[in-house]
Design a protein around this ligand. Structure first.
Ligand SMILES: [Ca+2]
Length: 108
């Protein structure tokens, strides 16, 4: 018998520069791996928007699939924050074009 590892996308978050899920974007897939006797964990992803190929202070919409996303107005997970657990087609004014870091957690 083979000991095949299976991978499955169990959740995802996509961030967009423009409202209504338009413009440059970046997707985080939450992948579970299973194998006989495997141990795995899903940890929060800590992300600086400068690392995404998306401009700092530019995010305007997000798609959220089985995740919790905490948005921060400053780098290093500082400043005012907002939690999303579902799609946001246009962030509120105080957070629109004002996000510098985020944390993604899988909720299942
Ligand atoms: Ca924008």
């Amino acid at each position: 018998m083979s000991s095949q590892v299976t991978e499955k996308i169990v959740g995802s978050v996509t961030v967009y520069e423009d409202a209504n899920f338009q413009g440059r974007n970046f997707t985080f897939d939450i992948i579970s791996k299973s194998a006989p006797n495997a141990r795995f964990g899903i940890f929060p992803l800590k992300i600086d928007t400068n690392d995404l190929g998306i401009n700092n202070d530019s995010l305007s919409s997000l798609k959220v699939n089985k995740c919790k996303v905490t948005l921060f107005e400053s780098a290093g997970f500082q400043g005012r924050s907002k939690v999303l657990t579902e799609d946001a087609s246009h962030l509120e004014d105080e957070f629109n074009d004002n996000i510098s870091s985020l944390i993604v957690e899988y909720t299942g």
